[in-house]
Design a protein around this ligand. Structure first.
Ligand code: NAD
Length: 310
């Protein structure tokens, strides 16, 4: 028995779960609220989740469960320790969205540098001249060539994002817990976190959410950044202490921030970033082009097949 807890099925005509049906009796829920998880998966052997947390208590109570497939790269929604001790195999899908997320991170950066949406809205509202004036003072355009792009977490997505930033003429530096020295070259080197903070014009977050990375962007690390730095987060919301970022946006220390992820999703009404100037917030969609979702689906199925084949 296979259960998909949050298959986002409400969009008719989108990808189908047919390929999983061949592997067992399949039930796909669009979304599952926290208090319904145990009831829905109690007799399932294989469970898929995208964002629905599977806690230690759930793992303990669902003794039939042998396999959890995380339909995502980051597996912070699973209590891994509890899964390991209950002998439940957990698989994630590390590389399905590398291109999509890297492309999105750069799109966010370009939007911060150009305010294309706002200029276009102005023109459509009949304000051609005002929009042109604004590009000199209210929404100034920024050229990226020659500036420094700092990557925190130089893994798959961080490296791909850096490649695109490099093509825009940027110099690349990265901080990573496990540097791969062979990657260094003329336009790229690893630096310490403090060095990265002090030399980057743009800081892009690509490390996973671990206790060691939670709140890595906070008032102390922001104080070490260049005045007018821009911050991009396509990784996980809790990497940023949002109240501290809000203050830095208000003061102008951070000239722009664009995030695809926030501390609590869906976003709370009192999230401090909602009212911040010079900020862009999108609803955790960097991963979602059809091409990458199809890849995700294929890998999800082959992971379960591999598990069933031992
Ligand atoms: P990856 O494992 O290839 O890279 C992560 C890198 O972070 C590794 O090089 C690792 O050494 C480094 N790292 C780990 N701990 C660190 C620490 N304490 N300090 C500095 N660096 C550290 O992962 P990836 O495929 O590049 O994905 C990165 C993250 O992107 C995922 O964890 C996930 O949270 C996020 N993501 C977001 C979306 C989205 O839709 N917004 C989609 C996919 C992935």
């Amino acid at each position: 028995k296979i259960v998909v807890l949050d298959g986002y099925t409400e969009n008719p005509g989108d990808l189908s779960w047919e390929s999983l049906e061949a592997l067992g009796t399949l039930t796909v829920y669009d979304r599952t609220p926290g208090d319904k998880v145990i009831e829905r998966i109690a007799d399932a052997q294989a469970v898929y989740t995208n964002k629905t947390p599977i806690t230690g208590e759930t793992i303990e109570k669902c003794a039939n469960m042998k396999f959890i497939g995380v339909l995502a790269t980051g597996y912070n929604v699973i209590d891994i320790k509890a899964a390991r001790s209950a002998n439940v195999v957990v698989s994630n899908i590390p590389s399905y969205g590398t291109d999509a997320v890297a492309q999105y991170a750069v799109a966010l950066l370009l939007e911060l540098c150009h305010h294309i949406g706002e200029h276009s809205d102005c023109v459509k509202a009949g304000e051609w001249s005002r929009s042109r004036d604004w590009c000199f003072w209210k929404h100034p355009l920024v050229e990226l060539a020659g500036k420094t792009f700092g990557v925190i977490g130089f893994g798959r997505i961080g490296q791909r994002t850096a490649k695109i930033a490099e093509a825009l003429g940027m110099k690349i530096v990265a901080y990573d817990e496990r540097p791969v020295k062979e990657l260094e070259g003329e336009n790229f080197r690893y630096v310490s976190l403090d060095e990265l903070l002090s030399m980057s014009d743009v800081i892009s977050l690509h490390c996973p959410l671990f206790p060691s990375t939670e709140g890595i962007i906070n008032k102390d690390t922001i104080a070490k950044m260049k005045d007018g730095v821009k911050i991009i987060n396509t990784s996980r919301g809790p990497l940023i202490v949002e109240q501290d970022l809000r203050q830095a946006l208000d003061s102008g220390k951070v000239s722009g921030a664009a995030v695809d992820v926030v501390s609590e999703e869906p976003i709370r009404e009192d999230n401090p970033l909602l009212g911040a100037k010079n900020s862009i917030i999108t609803p955790h969609i960097a991963w979602a082009p059809r091409e990458s979702r199809q890849r995700l689906m294929n890998i999800a199925v082959s992971n379960l097949k591999a598990f069933m084949e031992g």
